[in-house]
Design a protein around this ligand. Structure first.
Ligand code: GUN
Ligand code: FE
Length: 454
């Protein structure tokens, strides 16, 4: 029999489709030395008993206790790593003022590598403890501190995709927080890409450089063009903010007489590995362009409640065939947890469907067919995020990585209300999605290695 590095036995939940969750009751997951799921076997499968006979009782055999479940690790498609230092504060201003009053001054402090190290170490550990096994990060304009974030992800075992942020327009950005000039922004980005690629050679779970124009308003045309060329040259991921708020969307329309999506595309920034945050104000043509280019939406429901002036019609966009994942948008969104964001995604969609102004008659109050279910929110946090990044992550299936959270429903301080030993497993899944707190996340594995336990 084939020698596996580890075998796990337990009940797992994984998306079968965007709307359906697969329940894998008491399954075996066989992990190879690369941290990939090489074989999945259910109790009815021929190999099951033989695998059990070979491995149970061995040191590399892990069986979940009663009340414990496997979920895929979460994929956070939008995190501003430096903003962790202000999470939960400063949510009282509109986007433009928030950026200039709180956020740019904070981010400018990351020229100090010691400060960067303190914040980034804490954030990566916190995200792992919240079940986030892959994160797509904005760092800051500083090349060295951005590389430090990549090194911290590498050491702590998180799969990190990291962007050195570009904001080069002297008209739009504060003097103490912008790239020195356009050429320097492109040069720093290229050096950053090369340095992360070199680091990646020794990192089992992967670290990836990401081309990161902050958003169109912060960048000159030449920077956007140069970044599009770098993305093509090195075939990197790309991330930015797109059509987020009335102001952000409107200022791009004023500058280019077109929406963000088409403007970004003109600069070569919409590619298969592109992920655009927010996207609240996409038109149907924008959405079609996303689908054609393989560009994904990072849906940031908590942040949107503060800054987006709207609820994104996410069900409609998904129907139209765009890849979608979930983003915390720390610190526009205050929570580092994708459980919290999945909950908010469902609640916001329900409010869009029903409408929010009680003074309007019910028939005209909302937007029909806007709701998403918790199953869809789970899909966005896992498989959808994986597809958005074009990586084999987010599903507990053969040829996917072993990125997993072990959920314990029996933690004394955070016990889930499960009173019936025979409770329907889909009900347990929903209770997990709505009620889990970080205490319930007993173990987190990335690429076959244990990276967090409590
Ligand atoms: N648009 C440009 N920068 C930012 C940012 O840091 N957060 C959010 N939410 N939107 C942005
Ligand atoms: Fe953001």
């Amino acid at each position: 029999m084939k020698k596996y590095t580890r075998i796990f036995q337990g009940t797992a939940f994984s998306s079968k489709s965007p709307k359906e969750v697969n329940i894998l009751k008491d399954y075996l997951f066989c992990i190879n030395e690369d941290g990939m799921i090489e074989k999945v076997a259910g109790p009815e499968d021929e190999a099951y008993q033989e695998l059990l006979g070979t491995y149970s009782g061995e040191a590399n055999f892990h069986r979940l206790a009663e009340g414990q479940y496997f979920l895929p690790g979460f994929v956070d498609l939008h995190v501003h790593a430096p903003q962790w230092a202000q999470s939960g504060t400063a949510l009282d201003l509109p986007l433009y003022d928030w950026l200039n009053t709180y956020t740019f001054p904070l981010e400018s402090k990351f020229s100090d590598l010691q400060f960067a190290e303190n914040v980034y170490q804490d954030l990566v550990s916190t995200l792992l403890a919240n079940g986030t096994t892959t994160a797509l990060y904005f760092a800051t304009i500083h090349k060295e501190a951005s590389l430090l974030l990549a090194e911290i992800c590498a050491k702590k075992g998180q799969r990190g995709l990291i962007g050195k942020v570009v904001m080069d327009d002297p008209e739009q950005n504060p003097i103490d927080y912008r790239d020195e000039n356009t050429d320097q922004a492109i040069k720093d980005t290229e050096e950053f890409i090369l340095a992360v690629k070199e680091l990646a050679e020794q990192v089992k779970q992967g670290v990836y450089p990401v081309v990161t124009p902050r958003f169109i308003p912060s960048c000159t045309d030449n920077a956007l063009k140069g970044l599009g060329e770098l993305a093509a040259k090195y075939d990197t991921h790309v991330q930015s903010h797109c059509s987020e708020s009335d102001w952000a969307h409107g200022s791009v329309r004023e500058r280019f007489d077109k929406n963000d999506a088409f403007a970004l595309n003109d600069f070569g920034l919409l590619r298969d590995k592109s992920v655009m945050a927010h996207c609240n104000f996409l038109s149907d043509d924008d959405v079609d362009l996303f689908a054609e280019t393989g560009t994904a939406i990072s849906h940031c429901p908590i942040s949107n409640a503060y800054f987006a002036n709207s609820v994104i019609p996410i069900a409609h966009f998904h129907e139209k065939g765009v890849e979608i994942g979930l983003g915390s948008d720390v610190s526009g969104g205050f929570s580092p947890s994708l459980f919290d964001n999945a909950r908010q995604a469902v609640m916001s969609s329900r409010m869009l469907e029903d409408g929010v102004n009680p003074n309007l008659p019910s028939e005209g109050r909302g937007v029909p067919s806007s709701r998403i279910t918790i199953n869809q929110a789970f899909y966005f946090a896992t498989a959808g995020g994986g597809e958005s990044l074009s990586l084999p992550i987010g599903r507990l299936e053969e040829n996917y990585v072993w990125d997993v959270q072990v959920i314990d429903t029996n933690i004394a301080s955070a016990k889930l209300p499960i009173f019936n030993k025979e409770e329907d497993l889909l009900d347990i899944f929903q209770k997990i999605m709505y009620l889990v707190r970080p205490e319930n996340i007993r173990e987190v594995w990335v690429q076959g290695d244990l990276v967090h336990s409590r």
